[in-house]
Design a protein around this ligand. Sequence first.
Ligand SMILES: [Zn+2]
Length: 278
Amino acid sequence: MNKMKNAMTIDVEDYFQVSAFENKFNSSDWDDIAPRVEANTNRLLDLFAEKDAKATFFTLGWVAQRFPDLIKRIAREGHEVASHGTMHKRATDQSRSEFKADVGDAKRLLEDIVGEPVVGYRAPSFSFTKDNQWVYEVLSEEGYKYSSSIYPVVHDHYGIPDAPRFRYETESGVDEIPLSTLTVLGKNIPISGGGYFRLYPYMFSRYAIQLFKAKDQEPYIFYLHPWEVDAKQPRVEGVSAKTRFRHYINLKRVESRLSQLLTDFEWSSMADIYGYEG
Ligand SMILES: [Zn+2]
């Protein structure tokens, strides 16, 4: 494992597929909405190319099916193509057989497009809990080698607060690589990106990462969605003030912050840092 490097991870999905809007958009209607994920992911790829950074793209099968050239570009430019399942359903909302089909279909589809094994998986909305640990058996059955689906924090929608903070092997043999936290006064503080990266000033994020690197000496794992660099995305009406705040806060600042983040730290894919090969 390369402990100096940090993992840049992107969950490739469109703005209307996020769990916070699941009651607003039926998945059967997704095809009727003007997609923005391809353009947004291409912007990220341009930025990564400019900064010579590599990343892991946890991609929805739904997106891959519609934009195979985008997936090919991700692979061609030296990034890792990984799986975010097919239809962005939380593991907690699926039976074992539904979950198996969702993660298996996504893997086969992505592998058909890139012509290489896909070994990584991230669950929608970090929806692995203490009650559904069978998910790792299914990931193993489907040929995955690692998952990055646990946020060891207290949060209203996800997280296992007392989960290990760093890579561990589950009983199935599949590794879990949790999202990064800082331990402050015995509590895990989320510092892994997404909404927190938009909420806090960049200097705070940078300081938190520096502190993490100094204290824990582990790869730091950052995550972001393509829609987070898209300040012009259509605003979804009729959602709660909290959801609106979480989804839209500081979108216009993300691209410049990300650019700075790519300059300030060294980035690579999960597969490269942790030594997974297809
Ligand atoms: Zn997602």
